[in-house]
Design a protein around this ligand. Structure first.
Ligand code: BG6
Length: 268
């Protein structure tokens, strides 16, 4: 089946896209040491970060969405257009309320096209009187032959929080960002589009995002690789995370309202 061949998603726990193939080439990085036991987030693919980005006093780092069980609303199906569509959802449970005491509904709609993968997300606050706030981010691990040869566009002029320098804030001066060291940056108010060069087969990857004002760029390099038990010490040259998110400020969702965001990945 087309779906299982070029687009795989782990829904039992975490709704993590773990494979996306274009022209028979895998586009996503998954560590050889990734653990698929449903207890921990998968080291690679596209983990779904919600309702917290980063460390969290009330629950696991990057929130609970990447470890809880998701519902399959619509099994993958080929549409008349030829696209393949699948819809997943989560809502509050006793477990989520033990960390984040709100009612919510979140739907995650994925559409696969020949060279594109679309992600449409909606969060609804069904409460009559309670407002809640959250972070959201698609933690995409792109597979690359050598991260040192990748160039990332669309960051010039943006301020960023450098997590490798105790959260110091800088402004990006480069029109093309390259990665030659441990990198963990939250770029703020980034434009809707980034292009990463020299991904798989020397191609370009276009990221288009809507209602995701931030872009996190992460590569653990040598030192931090050693700190992760589910990541090989020599794997860091083969991945780059460029993550569309709403993380430097929270989304504030009033009772009875919804928030929508989306991302399109396109191999060029
Ligand atoms: C990035 C963060 O998004 O995710 C990093 O900016 C973090 O600080 C990385 O180390 C990986 O996080 P985790 O929880 O999947 O190990």
């Amino acid at each position: 089946m087309l779906f299982s061949y070029i687009f795989r998603l782990r829904t039992r726990k975490g709704a993590t896209v773990v494979s996306w193939r274009v022209n028979n080439q895998e586009q996503l990085f998954v560590s050889k040491q990734a653990i698929f036991d449903g207890k921990k987030a998968i080291r690679g693919g596209i983990p779904f970060v919600f309702p917290q980005f980063g460390t969290w006093t009330f629950g696991p780092q990057h929130g609970f969405a990447r470890i809880i069980r998701w519902n399959l609303e619509k099994a993958p199906e080929r549409l008349a257009s030829g696209d393949v569509e699948a819809i997943f959802s989560i809502m509050d449970t006793d477990f989520t309320r033990s960390m984040w005491n709100y009612s919510f509904r979140l739907t995650y709609r994925l559409i696969l096209r020949e060279k594109e993968l679309h992600f449409n997300i909606a969060v609804y606050n069904p409460s009559k009187d309670l407002t809640f706030s959250f972070n959201m981010l698609l933690h995409t691990y792109f597979k690359v032959p050598d991260v040192r040869r990748c160039q990332i566009t669309g960051l010039q002029g943006c301020t960023f929080v450098d997590k490798t320098r105790e959260g110091t804030i800088y402004q990006e001066t480069r029109d093309i960002v390259t990665i030659n060291e441990w990198t963990d940056r939250i770029y703020q108010n980034t434009p809707q589009e980034h292009i990463i060069t020299n991904v798989v087969s020397g191609r370009k990857m276009r990221i288009q995002k809507y209602n995701f004002p931030d872009t996190v760029v992460w590569n653990p390099w040598v030192g931090s690789s050693k700190d992760m038990s589910d990541f090989g010490d020599d794997e860091y040259p083969n991945m780059v995370c460029v993550e569309a998110g709403h993380v430097s400020s929270p989304v504030i969702l009033l009772p009875g309202t919804a928030f929508e965001a989306s991302q399109i990945l396109q191999v060029m």
